[in-house]
Design a protein around this ligand. Structure first.
Ligand code: ASP
Length: 356
């Protein structure tokens, strides 16, 4: 137990999700529990010496959260941390979208205090419900000085993951969250976060530049794809992410449509494989990564398609144009900057800076 004068204070924001679900009698569980009820159900939380404040921010399944729910939350967290009244923040939500929501919050999180997302795979009505243990570990992490300056973290099953790397990898397992590129940052051991790695580089954007939400499509390429989903796409979106085969490959018949799309809106080339980085200089056939990058697509590198879409959305939402989008993806993904002589680079100029 910590001394009274040094008691850390953590704000818990509830967004809903399985961790907050119970049966309402209509068949199946639905988000119903408040953040206060979640906190009250955690054995051992009082003994941690951490003071908790709760706020019900949304009460939705993870799948129904929208990008604006998360930018509203980013603004709220920013204010709360700037007020100096809490040492860290925990967000409870549906695990279905944690890999995207955590990265979006991470892009707008510039304060040193920890922001930790958690949830549950087994709802509170099931034997072995994992919500209470996950919430306890998340609070212990958010309250601990060693978790400062790491950006947004995801804590489940006593593992601490960086928002920029974490993925949901299993539909039902309680150990579904993995960081295939680099592994977890650390573990919660006997109630204390133990960090073994640190994020190498983080991209952060200025919340005050947030404008109206752009539309960014995610198109997954599949065997024998005839490009149906690309038809007329440029008229409907402000940007697109292509989840391509392997290191960034598409069927050759898709190349003209993708080149046309990339001449009109930023198009990011990501790998649908789930781990590893897309390449830039290895393959030379039509539809290869080299071919597509030469036609103006932007390499996502280590960012998976979901995170690449979140980054592209956030860049466009904060007023970045084509060249700044390319530069940011180059640093966020570990790839070198694009060729400035490419016609699509000349068309668009950056309007504001990105802090790395
Ligand atoms: N299965 C999900 C969860 O773990 C449902 C949701 O995301 O709301 O919370």
């Amino acid at each position: 137990m910590l001394a009274k004068e040094s008691r850390p204070r953590v704000a818990v924001y509830g967004l809903g999700g399985t961790i907050a679900m119970t049966s309402d009698g209509s068949g199946g569980v639905v988000p119903a529990l408040s953040a206060a009820q979640l906190v009250a159900a955690v054995p051992g939380l009082a003994e941690t010496g951490v003071d908790i404040e709760v706020e019900d921010f949304r009460r939705l399944p993870g799948a129904s959260l929208g990008l604006s729910d998360l930018t509203d939350l980013a603004v709220e967290i920013d204010k709360r941390l700037a007020s100096g009244t809490v040492d860290g923040v925990v967000v409870t939500q549906g695990t279905d979208t944690i890999e995207e929501t955590s990265y979006l919050l991470d892009l707008f999180h510039t304060a040193p205090q920890p922001v930790v997302l958690t949830g549950a795979m087994r709802n509170p009505t099931l034997a072995g419900a994992d919500g209470p243990a996950n919430l306890l570990a998340a609070v212990q992490t958010a309250a601990h000085p060693s978790a400062r300056d790491l950006g947004v973290l995801v804590v489940l099953a006593d593992e601490i993951h960086a928002a920029g790397r974490v993925r949901k990898t299993h539909a039902t397992s309680v150990t579904t969250f993995r960081s295939p590129n680099g592994g977890p940052l650390g573990y919660v051991v006997e109630g204390t976060p133990r960090l073994l790695n640190h994020p190498t580089e983080r991209t952060t954007l200025d919340l005050s530049n947030l404008g109206s939400g752009p539309r960014v499509a995610l198109v997954t390429v599949a065997l024998g794809d005839d490009g149906l989903l690309l038809d007329g796409l440029a008229e409907r979106v402000d940007g697109a992410v292509i989840a391509a085969f392997g290191v960034g490959h598409v069927p050759k018949n898709l190349v003209p449509a993708l080149e046309d799309l990339a001449n009109r809106v930023p198009v990011v080339l990501a790998s649908r494989t789930g781990a590893g980085a897309g390449l830039a200089t290895t393959y030379g056939f039509p539809g290869s990564e080299q071919d597509l990058l030469g036609r103006g697509l932007i390499q996502a590198g280590f960012l998976d398609p979901y995170k690449a879409r979140v980054l592209l959305w956030a860049l466009l939402a904060t007023g970045h144009e084509r060249a700044a989008v390319s530069e940011t993806f180059a640093s966020a993904s570990g790839h070198s900057p694009p060729d400035p002589s490419h016609p699509s680079e000349k068309m668009r100029k950056p309007t504001c800076a990105v802090t790395n």
